[in-house]
Write a protein that binds this ligand. Structure first.
Ligand SMILES: [Fe+2]
Ligand SMILES: [Fe+2]
Length: 133
């Protein structure tokens, strides 16, 4: 389980909303890993991947062409976790290993989400707040 309230908050409300939505999908996936059918687990990973793309496109769309210094670093960090999650999805499809998928979520994905929000989204949110003034 990922406590939504434990996620770092940023100064841009729409970004926080996006992170809460992602936390809901992660928790839904945990539930399916615990007690759902293989098919439901597959669907839940696909939904998470779709939401990640929406989340990243949303942030990158707001940040690009605005002279944001950290744009490339931020975008690369999105691309990296997206690739790793796709790899975890392929592993799931090949081996149906619930424990491995759960470990990926706990040890890599949630870790990444917390660090990324703290180190990158918070800076981006401050930048966007200044832009909108
Ligand atoms: Fe984000
Ligand atoms: Fe981000």
């Amino acid at each position: 389980m990922l406590q939504k309230s434990s996620l770092p908050k940023v100064a841009y409300e729409d970004m926080n909303e996006m992170h809460y939505e992602e936390a809901d999908l992660i928790n839904h996936l945990f539930k399916e890993i615990e007690s759902g059918s293989d098919k439901n687990v597959t669907t839940a990973v696909e939904e998470l991947l779709e939401h990640m793309q929406k989340h990243f496109e949303f942030e990158e769309g707001m940040l690009k062409n605005r002279g944001f210094a950290m744009f490339d670093i931020h975008r690369n960090d999105h691309a990296r976790i997206l690739n790793e999650t796709r790899m975890a999805y392929m592993n799931w499809r090949n081996f149906r290993d619930r424990e491995a998928l759960k470990e990926f979520l706990e040890d890599e994905f949630i870790e990444w989400l917390n660090l990324h929000i703290q180190a990158m989204d918070s800076v981006a949110a401050e930048f966007l707040k200044k832009c909108s003034k």
